[in-house]
Each structure stands twice: as C-alpha cells, then as structure tokens.
Design a protein around this ligand. Structure first.
Ligand code: PLP
Length: 268
C-alpha cells in the first residue's frame, strides 16, 4: 500500500518500547545482495527477542515484488524490514501478540564522496550487552551520530573497556603490518553482513585477518582504518579525533577491498 495509507497503532510495542528488530538490505539493479544472510540474521534477532514470525523466508519475494511495484528493480535501492512485537498494553509484561511486519523500499542516493574517506570521533560505548541483536532501540547510536555531526564528522566509533567495538551504524576494520584487524563477533557488535563479506574477500585475496579488538590508542598508529556497512560498503577513515591515520589517505588494502567488494556486489 502507499506509505501514506499505512497505519500503525500507538499501542504498538515498537512505538512505546522500541520492542522490535529490523534489517536493511541493499539491492543492486533489482538483485538483493546477500538476502539469505540478512534473513538469517533477522531470524536470529527475532529468536533473541522472542518474537515468533514463521514466514521470514517469504520476505525475499515480498521485497523483490515491492522493488518491481516501486519501479526500483533497475536502480540501486534499499529494502527496510521492521518487525515489532505488535499491540500490547503499556507497562505490562507483553502477552502473545500479532507481530507488526513492515517492509518498504527506497531509492538509494549514493554518497559517492564517502568512498574517498571520512573523519570520525570516538565516544564511550554506553549501549547494552546485546549489540549483536539488530534492535530498533537505537537511541545511543542516534545520540552518538548527532555528536559526530555536531563535530562535522561522518561517524562516531564506540569505545568499550579501552577497545573499539564498532561505529553507530558501521563495523570498524584496521590494517597493521598487512593484517586486517576487526572486533570478534561477540555480544558487543552487530555481525555486519558487509563485515562477513569483507572477511571472505580477505581470505580470497590472501590478506591475513585477526578478529581481535583494536585498542583506542592504536587507532592513529594503524597503517589503515576503514568502516563497512550495507548502504556505503567500504569507507576509508582518514582522521580520528582530528589526528591523521598514517598519511591521511585511503590505504592500498582498503582500496583493494573496496574494488573487490564493488566487483562482487555488481555481479551478484
Ligand atoms: N554495526 C551497527 C551498529 C549497525 O547498525 C550496522 C548497520 O546498520 C552495521 C554495524 C553494519 O552492518 P551491515 O554490514 O549488515 O549493514
């Protein structure tokens, strides 16, 4: 239905409690990139928050149909999927409810400048202990992103116990002496689909990987630093808290992975 006709109850638990989960899938000229991985992550998120939705596998076809109906099947686009627990009384333990399922498509306006590099700040990671669940409760992420915008930079990197976990909407990778470093996939980060693809590309290209967290003071001593996410792919980081990373230019491994990702996604 047209977005303007969609109605959601004010008693929907998503609205009152941020009680829900979501996914964002990228579509390249009508091809949904890594849709099985996104739906698998969605199932894991749903199971973790105890929302039962039996027909998640049908969402791939729904998404493809929506892209066609919105004439986005020949363009770059995103598919947003949100599921909340549904309608339930406020301030009570939620009983069985019919989950609200919402799927929409949007044209992707690529921010081409991002692939040439960005600046970031670091901030304390004040989020909860299950950042691996892709929940719609994104207030700490939104507040940190606002602080980044206030400082005129693209992203804020979260620091927990002295180590970089991830960005507000990105996973973080460093390069030191030829090895690609990134936080292990535990409860403190979202296991990004782009992150998984990047690690696969590193293996295919023979680039060594270490899934170990980067200490904050090491950030500007790295040879290269970059971010990944579904909508912006691979983004070089040139400055952290106003200090240059290496020579302040996108590094060779970052560039290699950027082009490998581009080739893979456009051929998917
Ligand atoms: N980390 C967080 C907190 C995110 O919100 C996202 C994406 O929205 C990512 C990482 C990157 O995940 P993906 O590559 O699946 O887009």
């Amino acid at each position: 239905m047209p977005g303007s006709r969609a109605c959601i109850s004010p008693n929907d638990r998503g609205f009152t409690h941020a009680d829900g989960v979501y996914e964002i899938v990228r579509s390249y000229a009508g091809t949904l990139f890594r849709i099985p991985d996104h739906l698998a992550r969605l199932k894991r998120s749903l199971a973790a928050v105890r929302i039962a939705v039996p027909d998640v596998d049908t969402f791939a076809e729904t998404a493809a149909e929506l892209l066609r109906r919105n004439r986005l099947d020949k363009k770059d686009a995103t598919v947003y999927i949100q599921i909340t627990r549904g309608i339930a009384e406020r301030m009570r333990a939620p009983g069985p409810a019919i989950p609200t399922v919402y799927i929409e498509t949007s044209p992707l306006i690529a921010r081409r400048a991002l692939c040439r590099g960005v600046s970031v700040i670091t901030l304390p990671d004040i989020r909860w202990g299950r950042c691996d669940i892709k929940t719609i409760g994104l207030l700490p992420n939104a507040l940190a992103r606002m602080q980044a915008t206030d400082k005129g930079v693209y992203e804020a990197l979260f620091i927990r116990d002295g180590f970089v976990t991830e960005g507000t909407h990105t996973n973080v990778f460093g390069v030191k002496d030829g090895t690609v470093l990134t936080h292990p996939p535990d409860h403190h980060i979202l296991p990004g689909i782009t992150r998984t693809v990047l690690l696969e590309l590193c293996r295919a290209l023979g680039i060594p990987i270490s899934e170990s967290p980067i200490p904050e003071p090491e950030l500007t001593r790295l040879d290269e630093l970059f971010l990944t996410c579904t909508t912006a792919e691979v983004i070089p980081v040139l400055r952290v808290n106003d200090v240059a990373v290496a020579d302040g230019k996108p590094g060779p491994i970052t560039r290699r992975l950027q082009s490998a990702f581009r080739r893979l996604s456009r051929r998917a």
